[in-house]
Design a protein around this ligand. Structure first.
Ligand SMILES: *Cc1c(COP(=O)(O)O)cnc(C)c1O
Length: 496
């Protein structure tokens, strides 16, 4: 754990060596971890501005479910008590970020805010050419627009939904190569976000495939928020180098990945998160980033690349959709918030607290027998809906059914990451291929909810767990062709 309290103050006179009495008495030891496990989690901030939330009655929630056809993306946010739909853009900004907004330079071109944004990305990630975008998917679209041709193949540990959509809408193929350990949601393997190196090698060696880039998603969001190890990243980079294929990072949760590397890899003891972040990005030719995650901002993103020619092409391309290259669809004040957020997110107190608060929920659910994906990640609690509702077949969408129940029970909004989001149609038979896993993600917005909100969440999940045998599945009534989870309508299945 973090060892920040063993520095000698220049004025410390007492202590065990001097024989003089020391401040704090004898119970304090240098090796005491900051998160002494028998103490409550302390949010490492205090609250300066509050936003009321309201409880609804069960009949009201049933009415809302009817109106939104069982799709929680279609609920009005005011009908939600604890909103764990996503950790994307939903966090609270710090007082320094709010102060930075006032420094926003709204000049159309060459704003000072862009210079601060660029400097922050260069400092934290060490990648020189920085192109702001309005969010992560715009960076993906820019990069793939320049690199992909129809029929190309893009390997990734696991593509996130927007990344997959951006690959596929260019006629290219999004290949997932997760490591084997990922499929076992109950295994405690520390780095389930790793790439399957053998599968990647086979893809790269297959002469019939054109692979214009390899990507790694940090952390592996679609696969349970699991981190990738530094060792695996190094191996991916060296395979890419051997085959002269550029290596890009989907960097949305880069700080959480580094924070988890530090906690789980004994070889990294004593290394700072800032160093691990640098080492990670030093391996890559560039990254796409959603600043709505580890940018600690409500909007924003960027593409960062090492190749100056690629950067120039991206700048030319983006004017059509994103805006001038020094603001990329953002206000100057947004650039300021992200610049500051990138520096705050690598703070170890913040990262340790975030991991501890997720662990707090997972451990309590686990103690009650609720199937929680292991090991516990850095941004969300993932329930294994296939194990939670084993009586439901895959085409009854157990993940969606569970998410609906959590809302009905206590106004908690979560997100299915299973066959609704990731199921694919078999091009030959037209039949649906279920996703690898049926998960429900309770994503925790950054610096937003307190431990008592988390206690409430634990109680509501437990209540649904107790009556799990009576939960029915759903069917899809209609759905958009692309990213169908955002717009699908569901119907409850009749009691069999
Ligand atoms: C959120 C996310 C994206 C897309 O970013 P947006 O800002 O939502 O467009 C891409 N990849 C991963 C892993 C993400 O979590």
């Amino acid at each position: 754990m973090h060892q920040g309290n063993n520095q000698q103050s220049p004025r410390a006179g007492g202590g065990p060596d001097t024989g003089l009495p020391s401040w704090g008495g004898s119970s304090l030891s240098d090796s005491e971890p900051r998160d002494g496990s028998d103490l409550p989690i302390i949010e490492p901030f205090r609250i300066k501005s509050v936003e009321p939330i309201h409880q609804t009655t069960r009949p009201e929630r049933i009415g809302f479910l009817e109106q939104c056809h069982g799709n929680l993306f279609l609920l009005p946010a005011s009908a939600v008590l604890v909103d764990l739909l996503t950790d994307s853009g939903t966090g609270a900004m710090s007082s320094e970020q709010w102060a930075a907004l006032m420094r926003g330079d709204e000049s159309y071109a060459g704003a000072k805010s862009y210079q601060r944004f660029e400097a922050a990305v260069r400092e934290v990630m060490g990648i020189p050419h920085v192109i702001p975008t309005h969010q992560g998917r715009a960076a993906e679209s820019l990069l793939f627009g320049l690199l992909l041709q129809p029929g190309d193949v893009v390997p990734n540990n696991t593509h996130f939904d927007t990344t997959r959509a951006n690959v596929e809408c260019r006629g290219a193929i999004a290949l997932d190569h997760p490591c084997e350990a990922l499929a076992d949601t109950m295994s405690d393997a520390p780095f389930k976000g790793d790439m399957d190196l053998e599968a990647l090698q086979a893809t790269l060696e297959d002469k019939s495939l054109r692979v214009p880039l390899v990507m790694m998603t940090l952390t592996n969001n679609a696969g349970g928020g699991q981190p990738a190890s530094l060792e695996n990243l190094r191996a991916v980079q060296s395979l890419c180098k051997k085959h002269s294929v550029p290596f890009y990072i989907d960097a949305c949760r880069f700080a959480e990945n580094a924070g988890l590397q530090r906690l789980r890899d004994p070889d990294l003891a004593g290394r700072s998160v800032a160093e691990l972040v640098h080492e990670t990005f030093a391996l890559a030719d560039g990254c796409t980033m959603s600043a709505k995650k580890d940018g600690l901002a409500n909007i924003g993103g960027f593409l960062a690349v090492r190749d100056p020619d690629l950067a120039e092409s991206a700048r030319r391309a983006m004017v059509v959709t994103e805006g001038f290259p020094t603001y990329g669809g953002l206000a100057g004040r947004d650039l300021e918030a992200v610049a500051r957020g990138l520096q705050e997110v690598i703070d170890e107190d913040y990262l340790d607290y975030r991991v501890a608060s997720i662990r707090y929920v997972c451990e309590r659910l686990d103690a009650r027998g609720v199937p929680v994906v292991r090991p516990y990640g850095g941004h969300a609690v993932f329930l294994d809906a296939a194990r939670f509702l084993p009586h439901l077949p895959r085409d009854h969408y157990p993940g969606q059914a569970l998410a609906i129940e959590l809302y009905a029970e206590g106004g908690i909004r979560s997100c299915e990451i299973g066959s609704v989001m990731l199921g694919q149609l078999d091009p030959d038979t037209g039949e649906e291929i279920p996703a690898a896993q049926e998960l429900v993600r309770l994503a925790v917005p950054r610096r937003t909810y307190t431990q008592s909100h988390m206690d409430y969440v634990i109680e509501i999940i437990s209540k649904v767990w107790e009556r799990r045998e009576h939960i029915r599945g759903v069917s899809i009534q209609n759905a958009p062709a692309v990213l169908r989870h955002f717009g699908a309508h569901f119907e409850p299945r009749p009691i069999p």
